[in-house]
Design a protein around this ligand. Structure first.
Ligand SMILES: [Zn+2]
Length: 326
């Protein structure tokens, strides 16, 4: 799960797309377009959607849709060029030229050969909080050792919650379906007091400088924090403890020391080189094989994407182009 999901959620909400909470595939944009093909005007509905768990591996085989009140099946999907991600897909549906409506909803889908019927509630419009600085602070102080990666500021509402991984969960789900974070943990993070997080950790942020006295360093940081966050200088200063700054600086250097002593390993590399050679060669061979496998499997989606980019339709493994003669 990454930042893409935030942008997809925002488009989905802005476009008031109709999606169900129990669906893995959510529509984020529907457009009606007219194209000239062989001198004839044809109308298409362009549907863009995404696998919201971001685990697509060509699992989706068919979407059963309700398009302007009629049931339609769709079995071909192309990667949306803007995202270049197998989880963000689209397709074109030809409709009657007079059909200006563009109401599309997913009724069910076939995934890995199994039909998934949808009966969940419609997803309500929901907020996604975007604040890079708050994200940075949460990551730095709530999970200082990288126990978890925070991709979104959690939001807890009565009927749903947004997890720190960015996934939307209905309120009935106690654990996030994507990263298994418990709603209680998301609640705790959502109610974080940023000011106390920043000030309580200030002594771990301040780095002594050889060219300054400790008092000069502290002064510099107090001014910087005042300008950045707007807190009163006296208040910032009340959290600062020169002894803690020194202690933290010492533990920081002692924990990073082993990394620099790792260098001698390469010095006796010549002696151990011959015995290391075989695994090294096997490693490269496996790497090449994996690369070939990745390349061959990605060719189809690459071609599909190229086809889609140029306004074509991907049909039976080939690209059918629109000849725009207008
Ligand atoms: Zn999650």
């Amino acid at each position: 799960m990454d930042k893409k999901v935030i942008s997809l959620y925002q488009q989905m909400n802005a476009n008031a797309c109709k999606n169900r909470e129990d669906a893995q595939y959510w529509i984020y944009q529907v457009d009606s377009e007219i194209k000239r093909i062989n001198g004839l005007s044809k109308r298409f509905i362009k549907v863009l959607f995404f696998n919201r768990y971001f685990n697509e591996n060509d699992n989706l085989m068919r979407l059963n849709l309700l398009v302007n009140g009629k049931e339609v099946q769709q079995d071909q999907f192309s990667v949306v060029s803007q995202y270049r991600d197998p989880n963000v897909l689209g397709f074109l549906l030809e409709v009657d030229l007079a059909e200006e409506n563009k109401e599309v909803e997913i009724l069910s889908y076939i995934q890995d050969g199994k039909t998934v019927l949808l009966s969940g509630n419609y997803v309500p419009p929901f907020d996604v909080v975007e604040d890079e600085e708050k994200l940075r602070i949460l990551q730095l102080y709530q999970y200082p050792n990288g126990e978890k990666e925070i991709h979104a500021i959690p939001v807890i509402e009565e009927d749903h919650w947004i997890c720190l991984c960015g996934n939307y969960n209905p309120a009935t789900d106690v654990y996030c379906k994507v990263c298994a974070t418990k709603i209680d943990e998301a609640k705790k993070i959502a109610s974080s007091d940023y000011k106390s997080l920043i000030l309580n950790n200030i002594n771990t942020v301040i780095k002594p400088d050889q060219n300054e006295t400790m008092e000069e360093t502290i002064e510099r940081y107090v001014n910087a924090f005042h300008h950045k966050y707007g807190y009163e200088k006296e208040e910032i200063r009340s959290y600062i403890d020169a002894e803690k700054i020194r202690q933290h600086a010492q533990t920081a250097t002692s924990t990073t020391a082993p990394a620099s002593t790792a260098a001698p390993l390469s010095q006796d590399g010549a002696a151990t080189g011959s015995s290391n050679k075989l695994p090294w060669i096997i490693g490269i061979a496996v790497g090449v094989l994996v690369l070939i496998m990745i390349l061959s499997s990605s060719m189809t989606s690459y071609n599909k994407q190229k086809c889609y980019e140029s306004g074509g339709l991907w049909i039976n493994g080939g690209c059918e182009m629109f000849n725009d003669w207008s």
